[in-house]
Design a protein around this ligand. Sequence first.
Ligand code: KG4
Ligand code: ZN
Length: 335
Amino acid sequence: MSLLSLAIETSCDETSVAVIKNKREVISNVIYSQIDIHKKFGGVVPEVASRNHLEKISQIVDEALNEAECSLDDLDYISVTNGPGLVGALLVGLSYAKALSFSLDIPLVPVNHIEGHIYANFIEHKELEPPFISLVVSGGHTHLVEVKDYSDFNVIGRTRDDAAGESFDKVARKLGLGYPGGPIIDELAKEGDPNAIKFPRSKIDNYDFSFSGLKTAVLNYINMMQQRNEKINEKDVAASFQAAVVEVLVENAKRVCKNMKIDKIVLAGGVAANNGLREALDSMGKEEGISIFYPSKILCTDNAAMIGCAGAYRYERKMFGSEETIAIPNLEIDS
Ligand code: KG4
Ligand code: ZN
C-alpha cells in the first residue's frame, strides 16, 4: 500500500509545500521564495517573513495539491518543520499543519529542518543509506554530523561563531553585491584567482569550525583598499574568500572520515549548491576513496520535499506530534 503525505516548510524565507509518495518519491514541490522582498533590507527581516508566510501558505498548499493531482482527502499524514528557524515563521507552517492534521484526523509529523537538509540527498540518490558523515552548511548552521541510522544523529563538529552561509552573505554585503551573497560570490569566484589574497584558515583541534576570523580579515582587506583609494578586484576577493571557506570545510570532513573510518560524505544545506565546494569535495573524494553525495541545486536550499522525505522516515517510526507540539527556534538535530 502506498502512502501520500503533505509537507510544509516555513522556517525562514521560503514558503514551500510538497506532496511525497512513500518515502523518497516527490510528486510536487512548490517553493515560493520571499528573497525579492527581503533583498532591499540586505537580509531576512523576521516579522516580514512571518507575514508573507501567512499571506501565501493557503495558496501554496493548493498549488502543491493541484500539481500532484490529489486532494486533502487522499493524504495519510502531514509533515512540518518545527525548528530550528525563525519562531514567527515556523509558527505559520506549524499552525497550518496542526489545523490540517486535526480537521482531517491524520497524524502530524514534526521534522527538524537540519535533518530535512540531509534527507534531501535520499530523494535523488536512491541507493544512499546510512551510516555516513554529513557536512551541513546553510545560512544558519555549519555541522559535521555522524548519521548512524535514519533518525540517529551525533553532531561531532559545529561552528563556534558564524555559519558558512552567513559568512558568504556578510562578505557579499560588504562588497555591495546584494542578498543572498552565496550564489553571487560563487559566480564571481569562477573568474577570480583563489590565490590572489591570502586569507586565514581557522584550525581548531577538534572538528569545530570558525568563520568570524576569516570574515573579519576580508572586511579589513576591503576597508584598507577603500582607505587607500585602490580598486578592489571583486572576483579575486570572492575567489580567495571562497577558497578559504572551502579548504576548511573539506579538510575537516576528510579528517572525520579518516579517523572514524567512514567512506561516505553527504553534503547538505544552501551552501551545498556552491560549485567550488562541490568540486573540491569531489576531487578529495577521488584521492581518498570517499564517495561524495550532494543534492541537485534546487534541493540544496530550503524546500518542503526534503521535509517530506525526513517526515516519511519519522512516520515509519511513529514519531508523531500533537496539538501540543511547539516551534523550537534552536532545535538541535541530536536532541
Ligand atoms: O539552507 P538555506 O536555504 O537556508 C538555511 O537553512 O539557512 O541556506 C541559505 C544560505 C545562504 O546563506 C546563501 O547565501 C547560501 O545558503 N547559498 C550559497 C549558495 N547558494 C546559497 N552559498 C554559497 N554558494 C552558493 N552557490
Ligand atoms: Zn535551510
